[in-house]
Design a protein around this ligand. Structure first.
Ligand code: C2O
Ligand code: CU
Length: 490
């Protein structure tokens, strides 16, 4: 019915009919919440140290059927890392797999050699310990492998986790903040099974990459979560490799969007839907009704997503994602504050240079990613405007390492509320041009002419296929150097 109202036409009716049988979950499993990663503080210099180990495992997503998986410190996904702004952190990353990989800190502002991109591979049995100072606002970030040409496969086997940053502002604000109780990580992935094993074949829309036929949250199929608080904060992460979702509640419940990829908004935005393409995050606060069962769903892509996915996926585009079972009596929660503070966005007026990126045939600006080619050289401490155009008959998105950018225009117009905050990944529908402002700040350790950061489409099959480029941050007068071959860790 919703589909008819929005789209009109026979196609949408047909989709709606299909939707009632596809992607419907029976919510029999309690939602797993990733544990908070233990850490210790180094007595010498105060660094908070975490341990991650990539390993093979097996997990019973369905009782009695063990699916071969990969995970960090466990069978599937990884623990939630958590640190405060101003802290020095180090993560000892060990590779217990049979093949080389690397771990990238998606959304984190850190020097290129710590970024875990494809130049910082870790061989089997080897390890690497990136260290940096957390110098960015509170946010929901995440980590995942980034081996060139193999990222889709490594992520969909289970290598992904969240990295939460806290600061004075996030601790002071009256937002739900008890992890696992009224502040929930919601890591959404689409999957398909062939018996017990994952089926990772590209079946539906081959050119998009892998599209599954059901979803899981935090590695739980058919998940439900019992809620005992009046308000719940959901940290939504689209950790799928290709699928874009439009999250909303089955009952049309509105929620407050309070944060985007890189931190809290200036003020909450009341929304009914939030669209997230692969790699994007959103923090939303939803108010529960005592005793209710509310379902977080992904609705057909009916906003600026142009319906592409719905049409080409044969209509399998609507999913029941997570059921909330509200207790009969809920603990009262404070109202969402009307103002959330200064979002720390770059200023368009400060831009000293502009660049253009075409996403299309052959990659970005007609070129496929090459490990030994630096595509762009950026000066540390400067602000730039980048325009990104999707010149292709399919959706892409655009992710930039190191920075949180500000989207200033979507096809010449003011962006919608969900694109007004700090972003590191943004959906770019076919035919659309986005304009963004980026500030490349950081201390002297951020200038590194020989180690590039990446920008790329976060539909991982596209990234693996070469829709990626490299930029270096240098100090004035420095020239980019050809990136050294990948080394393999200690
Ligand atoms: Cu989430 Cu370059 O990656
Ligand atoms: Cu793409």
């Amino acid at each position: 019915v919703i589909a008819l109202a929005v789209g009109g036409g026979v196609l949408w009716l047909w989709n709606d009919a299909k939707v009632s049988t596809v992607g419907t979950a029976d919510f029999r499993n309690e939602l797993a919440v990733p544990s908070l990663a233990p850490s210790h503080v180094d007595k010498k210099d105060g660094t908070r140290v975490f341990d991650l180990r990539m390993q093979q495992g097996g997990k019973e997503f369905t009782p009695g059927r063990t699916t071969p998986t990969w995970g960090f410190n466990g069978d599937y996904l990884g623990p939630t890392l958590r640190a405060r702004r101003g802290e020095k952190v180090a993560v000892r990353v060990r590779n217990g797999l049979d093949e080389a990989s690397t771990v990238h800190w998606h959304g984190m502002h850190l020097p290129a050699r710590m970024d875990g991109g494809p130049h910082q591979m870790i061989g089997p049995g080897r390890e690497r310990t990136p260290r940096w100072s957390v110098d960015q606002p509170a946010a929901t970030l995440w980590y995942h492998p980034h081996p060139h040409g193999k990222t889709e496969r490594h992520v969909q086997r289970g290598l992904a986790g969240m990295f939460l940053v806290d600061d004075d502002r996030s601790e002071r604000l009256a937002l739900p903040k008890t992890y696992g109780v009224d502040d929930l990580p919601v890591i959404v992935q689409d999957v398909r099974f062939d018996g017990a094993a994952f089926d990772h074949g590209h079946k539906m829309m081959r050119s998009a990459g892998f599209l599954g036929d059901r979803t899981m949250v935090n590695g739980t199929l058919d998940p439900y979560q019992v809620v005992r608080d009046e308000r719940v904060r959901l940290r939504l992460l689209n950790a799928s490799t290709a699928r874009t979702y439009a999250f909303g509640f089955s009952n049309g419940r509105r929620f407050a969007l309070v944060g985007t990829d890189g931190g809290l908004l200036e003020r909450p935005a009341a929304m009914e839907r939030i669209q997230l393409s692969p790699g994007e995050r959103a923090e939303v606060v939803v108010r529960m009704v005592p005793g209710e069962r509310a379902v977080l769903r992904s609705h057909p892509q009916d906003n600026y997503g142009s319906g592409w996915q719905t049409r080409f996926n044969g209509g399998d585009d609507s999913f029941d994602v997570l059921q909330f079972r509200a207790a009969k009596r809920l603990r009262p929660s404070p109202a969402v504050p009307a103002a959330l503070g200064e979002p720390e966005l770059p200023e368009a007026g400060a831009a000293v240079r502009s660049r253009h990126f075409e996403l299309g045939e052959g990659g970005i600006n007609g070129r496929a990613m090459a490990m030994d080619r630096v595509d762009e050289t950026v000066t540390r401490g400067t602000t730039e405007t980048w325009t990104v155009r999707n010149n292709h008959g399919m959706p892409h998105n655009f992710h930039v390492h190191d920075v949180q950018f500000r989207v200033v225009e979507v096809d010449g117009r003011t962006p919608p509320p969900e694109l007004r905050g700090r972003k590191d990944t943004v959906f770019v529908p076919s035919g659309t041009t986005l304009k963004m402002v980026l500030r490349f700040d950081g201390g002297p350790e951020f200038a590194d002419p020989g180690v590039p950061f990446m920008y790329h489409c976060h539909l991982l099959y596209h990234e693996d296929g070469g829709m990626m480029g490299q930029f270096v941050v240098v100090d004035k007068g420095q020239r980019a150097r050809t990136p050294a071959g990948t080394d393999s860790g200690d």
